[in-house]
Structures are given as C-alpha cells and as structure tokens.
Design a protein around this ligand. Structure first.
Ligand SMILES: *Cc1c(COP(=O)(O)O)cnc(C)c1O
Length: 367
C-alpha cells in the first residue's frame, strides 16, 4: 500500500459540495476583495488562536514582510533568524531590504539556540524572527528576555504552528506579531496562497491593514508606503470552512504523531525532541533523524512511502544568499541536521493503518 506524503484531494472529496457552495456564494455576492468573508475569517481565526486581531494577507511570506514593516524594520536593518527554515522566511526579510543574521540551532530540538543570539545582536538589529519549526515552540521566554534587554521585536514565524501552544498561550501571541501561512500543505490550508498576521496591539493591527493595501485607510491616500497583499474573498470563504474543523485537524495530527512516537523503533532513527515541557503541540511536520538518510529515502521510495526533507538545504549556503558572507561550517549544527532530517506523512486524512504501515517500513530499515 503506497502512502502519499501529502494528499489534499482526499479532503476535497469530503468537502467538495461545501467548497463549491462557498465559492459560488462569493462569486455571486458582488464582492471579490476585502468583503464579509475576509472580515469574518479574521475574527474567527483570531478567536481560534486567542489573539485580539488578525489581518488576512496573500501569503505567509508577505505576512512576515508586512509584520516586519509594521514594527519599523526596513532597509539595512538586521533581523535575527535561523537557516534551517523555509526559504520564505529569509526571502521575506530580504523583500523589505533588511539583512538576515543567522543563529545556529539546538542539536536536540533544532530550534534557534537562544544562547547564541546575543553575539549576533548589533546596533542595527531590530527584530528576532523565531521559526516554530515543525510546530514545536522556539524558546520564547529567552527570546522575550533578549528582546526586552535589546529593545527588539519578536516576530514569530508560525507557518508550522497553527494550534500549538506554549504555557497555555497559542504560538503567535507571545511576540509582537504571529505570522501564519495557509499554503495548501499547512496545518490549516487554503486552496491556493493565503496568509495572516495576528497581534494583540491595536496600533500594529491598524498598520498591518494599511500596509496590505497601498498604505490606505479608507480614502485612497497612502499614509504609509504599502503594497498589495490582500486575502481574496474566495480563499477566506474556503478557510472559514476549514476553521470549523480545526479542532479535529489538530487532534488527528496529534494522534498520528503519537503513533509514530510509540511505534517507530529502529536504532538508525531518532526523533527531533519537542522543545519545552510546557507545550501543547500540534505538529505540522513529523520529522525523524538518521545518519543514513540517502539509504532511508531509497528504502521508503521502494516501499511506496512518501517523504519530504524540511529543510534539506541550509539557507546561508544557498547561491542567492552568498553575498551575505556565510561559509560552510558557520552554523555546524544546522548544517549537520539538514543532512539528517526526513519528514514522514502527516495530514488528517491519513488512516491509522497507513500510519502503521509507515512505522512498519521504518522499522524494517536495516541501515
Ligand atoms: C510555508 C512557510 C512560509 C511561507 O509561507 P507561504 O504562504 O508559502 O508564503 C514561511 N515560513 C515557513 C517556516 C514556512 O513553512
């Protein structure tokens, strides 16, 4: 039995009539951009993640750029982040002319190593962008302390972290702004590109809304230098349907991870540790580590098991970012882990039998 790494079509088979109704009602409503669907989606998403405000945007990448702009980060400012993330995190920082400063990660959790941040802070540093990798929490209390001491904003990359909490509070509500992606594969996925920022600050929220539409506030007069990053009504309507099942999606993911944790037993395979004891985690990705990745990938391929690598290429060594001046060996733990990680299938429509099949194939790997 083959198991796909990701399969939205199974979900579509069940949601199809409701999605088509939602799309039809938007197309018939006479309002395609920034209407009732976006407004209601924002209220419902904010409520789901326990934030005062949410602003719908057109991608997770834009959510990060616009979040940074909204707190005054711009050309030439430095932003601390990691290199074992989606290229999007770095592209978003560069899109506003800011400069990423990379920090290595903790060897067990693969989250930003808070102890190594201070050495990267300069007079130009304006923000830290922790990535809650796989849906596990970055060390937020240490980051908040550093941010207070150095007058920095914490802008959380929550593209993997829908539904995850730390100390009872949703990820994305600990820093100044939480940035979400609703790319189709994400824990809450649209049927196209979409994103959002959440915040508890009314002032930041007002700026986010201006920045997503040319800097306008009502009148077509630019009060800030903005851009176009609106969430479409049609995606908002589909996302509202998905939000209704969010609790089920979260618990199904947790259940699948429990099966992986309890049934995978192979001396060649280890788990990425969850970061902190007081987190209630909803994983977007289930990631294992092995020093024999090429062989394990071949083994999965031969058995029809889909897999991914998040992330295989450390960003500081990518050709496009050579100008930043990093070289191999600068982030040793990041570089080593990028060669060891492998993501297993994880999505709500996966059956227990399929998950157990993945475990059986993993356990049959002989290195
Ligand atoms: C998906 C992702 C993004 C970007 O989201 P898009 O909606 O694809 O622009 C940013 N950061 C991380 C960690 C992601 O996984």
């Amino acid at each position: 039995m083959a198991v796909k790494f990701f399969d939205y079509q199974r979900e579509y088979d069940t949601l199809r009539p409701r999605i088509l109704d939602a799309v039809d009602s938007v197309f018939s409503s006479g309002q395609l951009i920034l209407g009732a669907q976006v407004e209601q989606f924002e209220a419902e998403f904010a409520q789901l993640v326990g934030a005062r405000f949410a602003a719908g945007l057109n991608s997770g990448t834009d959510a990060l750029s616009i979040a940074l702009l909204s707190v005054g980060v711009g050309e030439g400012d430095e932003v601390i982040t990691v290199a074992n993330t989606a290229t999007a995190t770095v592209a978003a920082i560069r899109a506003i002319g800011a400069i990423p400063r990379f920090v290595d990660v903790n060897d067990e959790t693969l989250q930003i190593d808070a102890k190594k941040i201070a050495a990267q802070i300069s007079a130009k540093t304006k923000a830290i962008v922790p990535v809650h990798l796989y849906g596990n929490a970055a060390p937020l209390s240490e980051l908040e302390a550093l941010a207070r001491d150095h007058n920095l904003h914490v802008i959380e990359d929550c593209a993997h972290a829908h539904g995850s909490k730390l100390a009872g509070k949703h990820l994305g509500t600990h820093g100044s702004i939480g940035c979400f992606s609703f790319y189709p594969t994400k824990t809450i996925g649209a049927y196209g590109d979409a994103g959002a920022c959440i915040t508890n600050s009314a002032e930041i929220y007002e700026r986010l809304k201006k920045l997503r539409m040319y800097g306008f506030s009502g009148e077509p007069v630019a009060l800030l230098e903005g851009r176009n990053s609106r969430l479409d009504e049609v995606h908002a309507a589909i996302l509202r349907l998905k939000l209704k099942s969010a609790a089920d999606y979260f618990s199904r993911r947790q259940h699948i991870c429990q099966i992986y944790f309890s049934k995978i037993k192979n001396p060649h395979i280890s788990f990425v540790k969850r970061s902190l004891p007081n987190q209630d985690t909803v994983n977007h990705l289930f990631v294992i580590r092995t020093s024999r990745r090429e062989q394990l990938m071949a083994h999965f391929k031969q058995s029809g098991i889909g897999y991914g690598t998040h992330y295989r290429y450390p960003i500081h060594l990518m050709p496009a970012y050579r100008f930043l001046g990093y070289k191999p060996g600068d982030l040793p733990i990041t570089e080593k882990s990028c060669a060891e990680i492998l993501s297993l299938p994880l999505y709500p429509t996966l059956s227990d039998e399929e998950v157990e099949q993945v475990c059986a194939v993993a356990n049959a790997f002989r290195g």
